[in-house]
Design a protein around this ligand. Structure first.
Ligand code: PGA
Length: 244
């Protein structure tokens, strides 16, 4: 099933997140084309989780730790996220890799999420220089191998992988649908033993360009940052209505 996830990053505190959810719920009246996940900041998870219960929206978080308790100041335990109603977790987002040095521990986060009953949205993607050097696929392959090491395909059923070229995030530039299709096809081939795998494209997805990605057979959804921050725009994107 199609999956659209809105990554609100460190925008919107609890009150603004709730307001955005209300705005979305007002607009999402017709049957949704697929699953829609909202990923507010951690401080809003419980509030938003309570509000979206029994609605068509699902709750996601933007990061998780790999332990379920202990002396880990500032971290988010997967089971606590689950308690707030979290069903999906963005793991290994490029901002976490670049700004917070994430990398080697990502596979432990993927595993811990799955064990807590949370579906990972694992993010992979190359930098601009890597693409220009013709290394986009080898870089993504290495990220996949590192992030999923030791996890047999049976454990990964239902996994979502978001292909997000780093140079396309928050820049207004996107991969061409052909490049996105190529990378998604390679990812699918690499993970062909994983049942129910979903591949999302992310990086400056907007109502005006979402169709170009969603109509590709290899792509099952989108991970959306900026265009998910306003109810009106996010709803148009979900229903793929181009005009404002
Ligand atoms: P963007 O962000 O849609 O604003 O480019 C995507 C993301 O960071 O997941």
């Amino acid at each position: 099933m199609e999956l659209i996830a809105g990554n609100w990053k460190m925008h919107h505190g609890g009150r603004d997140s709730l307001q955005l959810v209300e705005g979305l719920l007002e607009r999402l009246i017709a049957p949704l084309p697929g699953e829609v996940v909202v990923c507010p900041p951690a401080t809003a998870l419980f509030m938003v989780g309570d509000r979206v219960q029994d609605t068509p929206l699902q709750l996601g978080c933007q990061n998780l730790f790999y332990e379920n308790g202990g002396a880990f100041t500032g971290e988010i335990a997967p089971i606590f996220a689950r308690e707030a109603g979290v069903r999906y977790a963005i793991i290994g987002h490029s901002e976490r890799r670049a700004l917070f040095g994430e990398g080697p521990e990502i596979y432990r986060k993927v595993q811990a999420a799955i064990e807590a009953g949370i579906t990972p949205i694992l993010c992979v993607g190359e930098q601009l220089e890597e693409r220009e050097d013709g290394r986009a696929w080898p870089v993504v392959l290495e990220q996949l191998q590192e992030s999923l090491q030791g996890l047999p395909p049976e454990k990964l059923a239902g996994l979502a992988v978001a292909y997000e070229p780093v140079w396309a995030i928050g820049t207004g530039q996107t991969a061409s649908p052909e490049d996105a299709r190529y990378m998604a096809a390679r990812i699918r081939e690499e993970l062909k033993a994983v049942s129910g795998l979903r591949i999302l494209y992310g990086g400056s997805v907007k109502p005006d360009n979402v169709d170009g990605f969603m109509e590709l057979e290899e792509i099952d959804g989108a991970l959306v940052g900026g265009a998910s921050l306003k109810a009106e725009t996010f709803a148009r994107l979900i229903y793929r209505e181009k005009k404002g």
